[in-house]
Design a protein around this ligand. Structure first.
Ligand code: 13P
Length: 234
């Protein structure tokens, strides 16, 4: 089974919700579709046949945190997943690994499955293993920590929105590295994100050990997103 996860970022509107509600089929057993729209659109997906996720949450369930999204409420309005530590949040909102791990803990407590994003910048390419190891340190420190099916998303920052995709071998190596340091006995998945589209998805999805893809811009066009879903081989 492979995940095909849509991250709409701060895009989309009611029109796109309707297109997606009507435009993507029931899916197949080999593929789990998760759509992560902006928070303001989540409740418009009433009766959606696939799973929903949020793009962020706060590290407390409730309280005096003006403007933040409660993980407990996200769960109550129908989210099953939450993206945490996307590189845009790390870069623009200065989110640290420590903060992301705090959010991870509360998301788990509230019954959300976290999709934790990690990845190196272009400048960090020659030391990508160190970067990933540091971003994963909290999840690796205690091998008995229950990961509750966390989805780790390897998103090299230089590939996001650029059309530049690492080679199949490079993605396979990164996924192997992630799975190696987290450990094979534990309860988690590893997906790839960065310029995935209908033309490259079947090659990416055939990578050994890869559990799926996280899709940005190509998830905003139903025909492109369907092409990615249909490229998952049964
Ligand atoms: P693109 O697919 O637009 O490169 O974005 C990837 C991403 O950031 C998904 O979280």
């Amino acid at each position: 089974m492979k995940f095909v996860i849509a991250n709409w970022k701060m895009n989309g509107n009611f029109e796109l919700v309707n297109q997606m509600m009507n435009g993507i089929g029931k899916g197949r057993d080999c593929c789990k579709v998760i759509v992560c729209p902006p928070a303001a659109l989540i409740t418009s997906f009433k009766g959606f046949e696939h799973d929903l996720g949020a793009q962020n949450c706060f590290y407390e369930e409730k309280g005096a945190f003006t403007g933040e999204n409660s993980p407990k409420l996200l769960k109550e309005i129908g989210c099953k997943y939450v993206i945490l530590g996307h590189s845009e949040r790390r870069a623009i909102f200065h989110e640290s690994d420590e903060l992301i791990f705090k959010k991870w803990n509360v998301a788990i407590k509230c019954g959300l499955t976290p999709i934790v994003c990690i990845g190196e910048t272009l400048e960090e390419r020659d030391k990508w293993k160190d970067v990933l190891a540091a971003q994963l340190a909290s999840y690796c420190a205690d091998k008995s920590l229950d990961l509750h099916k966390t989805i780790f998303a390897y998103e090299p920052i230089w590939s996001i929105g650029t059309g530049k995709v690492p080679s199949k071998r490079e993605i396979e190596e990164a996924i192997g590295f992630i799975k190696g340091i987290i450990g094979s006995e534990r309860d988690y998945y590893a997906v790839y994100g960065g310029s995935v589209n209908g033309s490259n998805s079947s090659e990416i999805l055939s990578i050994d050990g890869l559990d799926g893809v996280l899709v940005g811009s190509a998830s905003l066009k139903i025909s492109d997103f369907n092409a990615i879903i249909n490229s998952v081989s049964a």
